[in-house]
Design a protein around this ligand. Structure first.
Ligand code: CUA
Length: 312
């Protein structure tokens, strides 16, 4: 985005940009045409049919069926076009392709931290490969923030008590601005970061160089699984225990005690760690201690990553 701002959308750099911009400008120009038409007709009529003499009386106006029909049918068609187009685009924007490369995003007052599947971390900039779908799985350590990349046309709230996500498919290499667009305190307007879109080879090279000697999130999750003695109740090989096994748990639809089902996604697993009795899996007793509620967000992310890794 230019330093001086503009009334037009910034140059797009993601696969969904043409569709998104098409819809935006369709609404924009249709509104413009209707605005000019309505205001123009108003000014024209006010001038042509103005009262010229004090005794002048307007003639009786009879209704015109054609005009009445048109003023109902045309707006209805326009609204249906915008709805259909908008709904399709919305679904495409919200459902990440299953093979998307996943990056964990942690927001806090007032910075962005990014963690990659190999354990590499970066602050204030996120490296992504070009021509490949990338999904950001986001959470906040404190208040509500919002992740906004104008060039990719993606914006999503980042919340302290659940995961949200956005995905994009960058089509051009380069640097793009990330803004926080939810007022989050004193340094809100400085809560900036950059997306650095690189060719796959450069990205892989950067990823290797940035990998710390630390464990990957999955390895850290496995370590926590033992340290926090999750293994006392939850097996990883499918064998029954006091609690449900973690093997093949992720992504499944799970029946609950007291009826209903839930899909075991990131948010369900997170909730089950922080508030174990909220949704109890069918056939189990609500006896998991609530003490895991004090685990830091990085540990929750790692445990989720570990449970996810057992889904295959
Ligand atoms: Cu974070 Cu505004």
């Amino acid at each position: 985005m230019g330093e001086n701002g503009t009334v037009w959308l910034p140059e797009g750099a993601s696969a969904l940009t043409p569709e998104w911009d098409g819809l935006f400008y369709f609404v924009y120009y249709v509104s413009l045409i209707i605005f000019v038409g309505v205001v123009g007709a108003m000014i024209y009529f006010a001038f042509v049919y103005r009262r010229r003499k004090p005794e002048e009386r307007p003639a009786f106006v009879k209704d015109n069926k054609m005009i009445e029909m048109a003023s109902v049918v045309i707006p209805t068609i326009l609204v249906l076009i915008v709805f259909t187009w908008g709904f399709k685009t919305y679904v495409r924007m919200n459902v990440a392709p299953p093979d998307a490369y996943q990056i964990q995003v942690r927001a806090q007052q007032w910075s962005w931290t990014f963690e990659y599947p190999n354990g590499a971390q970066s602050v204030g900039e996120v490296h992504v490969p070009v021509d490949r779908p990338v999904q950001m799985v986001m959470s906040s350590a404190d208040v509500i923030h919002s992740f906004f990349v104008p060039a990719f046309r993606v914006k999503m709230d980042v919340l302290p008590n659940r995961y949200t996500s956005v995905w994009f498919h960058a089509t051009k290499t380069g640097e793009y601005q990330i803004f926080c667009t939810e007022y989050c305190g004193t340094a809100h307007s400085n809560m900036l970061a950059k997306v650095i879109v690189e060719p796959e080879a450069d990205f892989q090279k950067w990823l290797q160089e940035s990998q710390s000697t630390d464990l990957t999130p999955v390895e850290r999750g496995e370590q926590l699984y033992k340290q926090q003695t999750c293994n006392a109740c939850h097996s990883t090989d499918g064998s029954p225990g006091v609690g449900p096994t973690f093997k093949g748990l992720f992504g499944k639809e799970r029946p609950l005690e007291g009826g209903g089902t839930v899909v075991a996604d990131e948010n369900y697993i997170r909730e089950s760690i922080l508030d174990p009795t909220a949704k109890v899996a069918q056939g189990f007793n609500p006896i998991m201690p609530a003490s895991f509620g004090s685990l830091p967000p990085e540990d929750i992310d790692a445990l989720v990553a570990f449970i996810k890794s057992l889904s295959e």
